[in-house]
Each structure stands twice: as structure tokens, then as C-alpha cells.
Design a protein around this ligand. Sequence first.
Ligand SMILES: Nc1ncnc2c1ncn2[C@@H]1O[C@H](COP(=O)(O)OP(=O)(O)OP(=O)(O)O)[C@@H](O)[C@H]1O
Ligand SMILES: [Mg+2]
Length: 341
Amino acid sequence: MSLLEIQKLRTHIRTAGDDARAVDGVDLLLEEGESVGLVGESGSGKTLLALSILGLLPEGGGAILPGSSIRFRGEELVGMGGKRLREIRGGEVAMIFQEPMTSLNPVFSVGNQILEAVELHRPLNRDAAKEEMLRLLGEVGIPDPEARAGDYPHQLSGGMRQRAMIAMALAGEPSLLLADEPTTALDVTVEAQILQLLKRVQARMGMGLLLISHDLNVVSRVCDRILILYGGKVVEAGPTQKILDAPIHPYTRGLMGSRLSFDDRRRTLRPIPGEVPEATDWPRGCRFHPRCPEVMDRCRREEPRLLPGTERKGAVEVQGGAPGGGRDVRCWLLAGEEGGA
Ligand SMILES: Nc1ncnc2c1ncn2[C@@H]1O[C@H](COP(=O)(O)OP(=O)(O)OP(=O)(O)O)[C@@H](O)[C@H]1O
Ligand SMILES: [Mg+2]
């Protein structure tokens, strides 16, 4: 049984006009202790995918569509509510939110907030919980936990605040951590430290990690496997090294072009021309086709399926085997007649 098994997930949002098809048929498998990266530009559906796992959708119009399944250790989360969902949320499955102030309340000290999270999810008395809170602050590398516990979020630097959020996420001893852009607001040196920290606690706790970032560079430093998301769909998925060595999808190759190594940060970025369309208005055919440097006629008409693929001597070809195991790509470049949606 997998730690997390997402099948055919569609999360749409009702708007005044057409529905925003933010997540539109995603399969994702994450094993115990595995780290998977979710990468895509702004608007590709990363956050809504993570929020769907915890059933935290935008008020008013967000809905997971029938036919979608999200199983956590075999237990179906879609449609789950009440006590069990509250137990899982912040307990077995924790999330570091993209918007830091969603997690940290400005009017309480970070120590108090972490203490509250410990008490909510662990059967400890006050003293033991307090000790655990201080241990967590130490675990995430906050120096002098006794003193820092009394600090309010605004008194901490960006890096220290991020560490406090990680401590809070770890308070329930999660077996799955969803981390949504946990380093985006940080400078390069602090970012590297936070990524190292995530990697270390993940390994030590044997925790599954879903790391979300628009930056392929970030996830490739932490994750075993990477899923590339575009237009609410996975366009390429595979082991990190394979993706880095030989990206197949033109979108992935575009992301690689805008991927900068550590020292290259200040050099010019080569972004993919054009913009991600609105989720209410995906183009027909392949959703990437208006921006694709290798667009063909067929791409404008028909949507490609996700197929197992490999690349040999520069030529892309279809490989046998079920999707999920190795390398999956959604592109007409590697499809014969069988690649249709
Ligand atoms: N509350 C909402 N109402 C309407 N549309 C929304 C809402 N939230 C998200 N969307 C739309 O759903 C799509 C996916 O949004 P999501 O926030 O998941 O993207 P993302 O990949 O996390 O982007 P970012 O990198 O900017 O965080 C976008 O087109 C967005 O405009
Ligand atoms: Mg987001």
C-alpha cells in the first residue's frame, strides 16, 4: 500500500464565468519515506493539488469532482469529513503553506503556537508538551530555543520563521509533509539551509515529502522523483536524475532552460516565452501548444495522453510498461497512433 495514492484528481473552482479547471486529472503515487517534487509555473495547479489532499479548498466554489480519489495509507480522503479528517490534518499529514501567515498567527508567540500543535496531536501533558516544543525548535536549528520560543513571528527573520513553520508542521509527527514553496521568499544561502533541513528531518523521521516549487533546481536538490505540472495536468514525470539528464517534454526542457545552478542565479534567466493561460480557458489540444517551440498540427487539435517514454540517441520513442514506474510524458512527439487522449 502506498503512503499517498492520487488517482484522476480533478479539482475545479466555480467562477462567474467558466469553471477554473485548476487540477484536471492528476495521478500521483508517493511511497513511505519517499520525496516527490511537484514543479510548474505559477497557475499550473500545484497549490490546489496540495490543498485537495487536506480537503482545504477555496470557500464558495472549490470542489473535487466525482471520480477523483486520494488515498492516504489506503484510506479515502475525498469526501471524508469530521473528526477523522481533523486528526489526519496537521497530524499524519502536515502542510507548510505557501502563505506563511496562513500558518503562523501574528498575535501569539511561535512557542505557544507550536505547543498548541503538539498538544492537539500528541497525548502529552503540559510539561512534556513544552519539552517537545523546545526540542522541535532545536531540531529545526533555531538557536537558544528557550529564548526564541517567546518571540512573535514578526520578530524572526525569514529563515527563522520558515524553521518555526517546519517545527509546527513536525509537531504531530506526520508521515507525510506537504511543503508548498517553502523557500521562495528566502535568499539563496538561507534557501539552501532550509532545503538541507527538510531533507534531514525527512530522512530522520522516514517521512514522505511532497515538495512544491516553481523552481526545478529546488526540488531536484531534495526529491527522488519529479512531476512536472502544466495546465492542471502532469506533462512529465520520472526519477529526478533522469529528468535532469534527459528532459523529454518541450515544457520540461523550457523549465531546464530557466533552471539556474547555484552560482548562476545572477546570470540571465531564459524563461519560456508566453504565459500560462487562465485555468478557465485552457487551449484545446495540448494545453502547452501555444507556447511550444515544437508545435505540430496535431497538437492544436488533439490532447496527448500521458505515456511511458524514453529517449535514445536524441530520438524520442515509446517504451512499453505501465505509467507510474519509470518515465511518463504527455506529448505528441513520442506518440504513434496510440497516444490520443
Ligand atoms: N480561489 C480561486 N478562485 C478562482 N480561481 C482560482 C482560485 N484559486 C486558484 N485559482 C486558479 O486555479 C489555477 C491554479 O492555481 P494554484 O494556486 O493551484 O496554482 P499554483 O501552481 O500554486 O501557482 P503559484 O506558483 O502562483 O502558487 C490558477 O489558474 C488560478 O488562477
Ligand atoms: Mg501555489
